[in-house]
Design a protein around this ligand. Sequence first.
Ligand code: XIL
Length: 343
Amino acid sequence: MIKALLISSLVLVLVLLTVQFKDKGKGKVEPLRAEKQQFLIGAAANYKRLASDKEYRNILSKEFNVMTVENDLKFINVHPAKDRYNFYNADKLIEFAKEHNIKVRGHTLVWHGGLPQWLKEGNYTKTEMEQILKQHIQKVVGHYRGEIYAWDVVNEAFNNDGSLRDTIWLEAIGPDYIKKSFRWAHAADPNAVLFYNDYGIGAFNKKSDAVYKMLRELTNEGVPVHGVGFQMHTSIKQNIAFSDIENNMRRIHAIGLQVQITEFDVDTSGVDATLESKLSRQAEVYSRSLKTCINSNGTCTAFVIWGISDKYSWLGKEARPLMYDSNYIPKPAYYALKDILSQ
Ligand code: XIL
């Protein structure tokens, strides 16, 4: 009797151990967001997809702890007529984020793109344009005060040669539109983390130097700017200077600012190779980029991918730039990030 009891409890212990071991070995069970608790891993999202696609909702809620509002807060969508704002889509996205304990990045307040006709063709005076921008920022940031934790306040204000891009904002307000926008945003939500966001500014070049110089001036003047967003729309064709990116993060840290990777994706189109080798090269770019962010000693505080599934990428179907394929099967890039996050 005692012998039988001993044997059966031994069997039970063995079974329990195997089950546990199996779970550990799989490594797939834990979502990305659970791997490194303090680190923000995110995706850009649109309400249209959230409302219509269950798989999209499922992955967004499980895998990520930060989301960027991809299009629903752009001027043209949130402020479609001079006296009308439309917060519906962004409200819904943010409600979802709250339910699932996902932080929200607002994108974007001041940009040359995504502008409505009424603004582009309104023939407003310079004073009117400044009023319009000020009110827009106050209204939108104020509406989400305490709910949107970080804002891309100014987006893509520089040309590649380091000069300021010719936009309706520069035209109407002059170069000071940048610092004014940060001040207006800060007044509307003093707790929001405010970013300057751009592409092609991760490594060293004329543009990233100009951005750095401007931010150094702004911080010296006490303008409320807190971080720099490196968009990082990349491609497997590119040769990315990761050590430059590391050093650039360092100089940004030295002026008291943080960095976030804000719009990461890796285009795989235009290369003559098998899909398998393209996806493995893509995974490598994902992995090295996340590693650069994580190894920055706290300077780089978030890694946000510009979408979830290749089904909806802004680059089209051929590019396959994201972590999930069109059927929501995780690609090598997903496992590459998981590896880095679990280290
Ligand atoms: C893109 C969106 O992904 C598209 O869906 C939209 O049609 C156009 O804008 N830099 C930015 C983003 O800052 O806002 C852009 O997003 C991609 C490039």
